[in-house]
Design a protein around this ligand. Structure first.
Ligand SMILES: [Zn+2]
Length: 213
């Protein structure tokens, strides 16, 4: 197919609570044991039948970690992110992000026709900056809640803080330990985890800030 047709669309605003609920529904449906880490790559490949296509120049040349085609059956991912062991958490967040588009943005993607990188770039161009910003934000929130589900975060963070003697008794060492534990449990990067905690448990971040002073 040639050029993507330009359609004037306005991506609807979705409030974060709605997105979180969708993510919870998704995890419950595809990983009912809810045991972390959420196996997002296996869910994508074996339950959603998505083929993975590593591409060498995606990130270095375009700053794109991955994209999914408009038929939702091929996930193109930057080769280094896909293959390097040290990139595991980045790979997982890329998968979760692309799956988010399937759940949240089906109509928008299906309204266009793209498979290759060039066609994807045309799609991005065609739907415009405002729309892209919105769908990317929404996918980011969804991915956060898929890899670090709300209930699990409440539970694990709550337990860990209790073990440390409560938020007001927590030392810097306790905090470092807790973050490492949760990163390992959810298999996400420190940045990804901090982002989730900032939104769901700002009181922990506030307590942490005091420790750094
Ligand atoms: Zn995206």
């Amino acid at each position: 197919m040639g050029k993507t047709t330009i359609k004037q669309i306005n991506v609807p605003f979705l409030d974060p609570k709605t997105i979180a609920d969708e993510a919870d529904k998704f995890v419950t449906a595809y990983h009912p044991s809810l045991k972390p880490p959420i196996p997002i790559e296996e869910i994508a490949e074996f339950q959603l039948d998505i083929k993975v296509y590593p591409s060498g120049d995606l990130y270095p040349q375009h700053g794109i970690e991955g994209f999914i085609n408009s038929n939702f059956n091929v996930l193109t991912i930057d080769q280094k992110i896909y293959e390097e062991k040290a990139n595991r958490s980045r790979r997982r967040s890329t998968f979760a992000h692309e799956v988010a588009h399937i759940i949240l943005h089906r109509d928008i993607f299906e309204g266009h026709d793209f498979n290759s990188k060039d066609e994807y770039l045309e799609f991005v161009d065609a739907i415009g900056e405002r729309n892209i910003r919105l769908i990317e934000q929404q996918a980011y929130i969804f991915a956060g809640h898929v890899l670090v589900p709300s209930n699990l975060l409440d539970e694990q963070l709550g337990d860990a803080i209790k073990k440390a003697g409560g938020l007001s008794n927590m030392s810097l060492q306790d905090l470092t330990f807790i973050m490492e534990e949760l990163k390992r449990s959810f298999q996400v990067s420190g940045e990804f985890l901090r982002h989730r905690i900032t939104h769901q448990h700002p009181e922990v971040l506030k307590a942490a800030e005091k420790l750094y002073k």
